[in-house]
Design a protein around this ligand. Structure first.
Ligand code: FE
Length: 151
């Protein structure tokens, strides 16, 4: 998985949680699932994944930890993120920031994107290899992305 810029809105020491949804949060529910894998396609258990993104209105929480959280892959190398679809802010297409790290290995910092998003065509950072296809679910959207670490 290719690396991308961290951007200006990373906050360290996020809460450990798989759901970023909180009471009163607006937006479309989004569930992202997948694996963390080695380049030999071996699952990476207990890999650290730290997600952060803006809210439905395009704003980051740079004071607290809203829409920020880290988790670890399970014994099969799988993760599940429950959140809302990020909104849009000027200059960028829709995206989710993420850091992925196997134990005692370098951190991969990258971003995830959405197919069929008009802003992809004009975003200078967008990369098609980092794009997720979304499916409709009874209560929102679902998408899959497998991270491949260079280990
Ligand atoms: Fe961003």
């Amino acid at each position: 998985t290719i690396a991308q810029t961290e951007g200006p809105f990373f906050t360290p020491s996020t809460p450990q949680r798989t759901s970023l949804i909180e009471d009163g949060m607006t937006g479309t529910k989004l569930t992202v699932t997948g694996y963390v894998l080695t380049t030999n396609c071996q699952p990476v258990a207990q890999a650290l994944i730290d997600f952060w993104h803006c809210d439905d209105a395009g704003n980051y929480d740079n004071v607290g930890y809203k829409l920020r959280g880290h988790q670890f892959t399970n014994d099969q190398g799988q993760y599940t993120l429950e959140t809302i679809r990020p909104g849009l802010y000027p200059g960028r297409t829709r995206h989710i920031h993420v850091k992925v790290q196997a134990a005692n290995q370098p951190i991969l910092t990258t971003q995830l994107y959405f197919s069929n998003e008009p802003g992809n065509a004009t975003d200078g950072i967008f990369h098609p290899a980092l794009t997720m296809d979304e499916q409709d679910t009874p209560d929102g959207k679902a998408a899959t992305f497998n991270f491949v670490l260079n280990i």
